[in-house]
Design a protein around this ligand. Structure first.
Ligand SMILES: *Cc1c(COP(=O)(O)O)cnc(C)c1O
Length: 222
């Protein structure tokens, strides 16, 4: 299937999920995850109309950025080491994986602009997954106040690998409730409006549970 056809199917499914949830499809940002594919395939994705592109490794993001530049909006979705922060500053539009103060400190030191960040939460508690324990999120976000270049725009999670839809839904719902708690504090540095959740296998459930940013790789670029 061409990316164009994949995108049509994806958009139709998003629309249907939005109907079920009584949501507006324009509130959902599709981030095309290009970590598996070439620069050529990434350009095909842009030609098909996608603007937001996600990468999970700094070296690969930089390689693609050199070829493509600001034609795409670059989202960093992988584990970020503090010493690599300087490499992506000025290029990245959003960081989805903030989970350490050392990274926030580097963002603050290296960036002239405020960087919109999602705090990554390990809702499912799987050991293999990155992110903060839900109980740690409030305190972490309070501490981020010290880093004025970091703006907490939302929370991010990855659902566990399971076919049990109820388990996946429960994880997404928990992230939404946590988002609601933080948003209701009206913190100037952490408006926390957004939810980055949902991948190829579970984006429809994520949308039903409130996702605003879905990160889609395999069903889009193959
Ligand atoms: C790879 C990746 C995705 C996309 O995964 P697919 O299942 O291919 O859609 C989304 N989010 C993160 C953090 C990823 O690493």
């Amino acid at each position: 299937m061409s990316i164009h056809d994949n995108l049509q199917t994806l958009k139709q499914n998003i629309e249907n999920a939005c109907k079920r949830a009584k949501r507006d499809p324009s509130d959902i940002t599709i981030i095309g995850v290009t970590k598996y594919v070439s620069i050529e395939r990434t350009i095909e994705l842009l030609d098909a109309g996608i603007v937001d592109v996600g990468e999970n490794r700094t070296d690969e993001m930089l390689r693609k950025y050199e070829a493509i530049g600001d034609r795409a909006r670059w989202h960093f979705i992988g584990t970020l080491q503090s010493r690599k922060v300087k490499d992506i500053i000025g290029k990245v539009s959003m960081i989805h994986s903030l989970e350490r103060l050392s990274v926030a400190k580097q963002i603050n030191k290296r960036s002239d602009e405020t960087i919109p960040c999602f705090v990554q939460v390990n809702v499912s508690g799987e050991e293999s997954k990155h992110g903060l324990h839900p109980d740690e999120v409030h305190e972490f976000i309070d501490q981020l106040k010290a880093y004025e270049k970091v703006k907490v725009v939302g929370l991010m999670t990855m659902a566990p690998h399971t076919d049990d839809e109820n388990v996946i839904r429960g994880v997404f719902r928990k992230l939404r409730l946590l988002r609601d708690e933080i948003r209701s504090k009206n913190l100037p540095h952490a408006p926390c409006e957004y939810l980055s959740m949902g991948m190829s296998n579970d984006y429809e459930i994520a949308i039903e549970e409130g996702a605003t940013h879905i990160r889609i790789g395999s069903v889009l670029v193959g």
